[in-house]
Design a protein. Structure first.
Length: 202
């Protein structure tokens, strides 16, 4: 008896990918709701024109939904992810690259900053970058307190929070904000290096 091989329909696969993308897009649209604290599968189903059962077929729980949104946001902001810094001297370039990649994505950045669920999405997608910042600043060898403060400030400079504030409150373009944050990062690295060497940074 000949075994029947499963048939994979290219057209069906395309439809599945379109349905999945429509649901992800609907979830991302929810990031713009300032008071939203969790993604809503029911709202995503209505926006995507599918049943809630279909939403749960692709994304069965909150973990899967957040992971999909985080991955899509990362792809939109960084079609080609900026290389993670390996030395302190590369940190300003990382900050510049983050802002350059965000050009044209200010509405998405605002949504990430202004909603609770957006904050959770950002936490998931920034883990590697924040760890790299911490590692390269720690490698300078300054004191624990000085390094901790430097990590906090540089992490903020390389974030949507800083970009949105500099754009919305001070009228900078994201490119201009990136240049300013890159210069501040360079100064922080120089100061921390001087402290580690026991010299006066001025």
């Amino acid at each position: 008896m000949t075994a029947t091989r499963p048939y994979h329909s290219p057209a069906r696969q395309v439809r599945r990918e379109r349905t999945r993308q429509a649901i992800v897009d609907a979830f991302i649209a929810q990031l713009g709701d300032a008071g939203r604290i969790a993604l809503s599968p029911a709202a995503a189903a209505r926006a995507a024109g599918v049943s809630i059962r279909t939403v749960h077929h692709y994304f069965p729980d909150a973990e899967a939904q957040l992971a999909a949104v985080a991955a899509e946001v990362e792809t939109r902001l960084f079609p080609q992810p900026p290389p993670l810094p390996r030395t302190p001297a590369e940190l300003p370039d990382l900050v510049t690259a983050v802002y350059r990649a965000s050009e044209g994505q200010l509405p998405l950045l605002r949504a990430l900053v202004n909603s609770s669920v957006g904050t959770e999405v950002r936490r998931r997608r920034r883990g590697q970058r924040l760890q790299a910042i911490q590692d390269v600043l720690a490698s300078i060898g300054a004191g624990h307190g000085e390094t901790r403060r430097a990590v906090a400030v540089v992490s903020l400079l390389a974030s949507a929070d800083a970009g949105v504030v500099l754009a919305d409150q001070y009228g900078l373009t994201l490119a201009g904000a990136g240049a300013a944050c890159s210069e501040v990062t360079r100064a922080i690295v120089a100061d921390l290096t001087a402290q580690a060497a026991g010299t006066d940074p001025s």
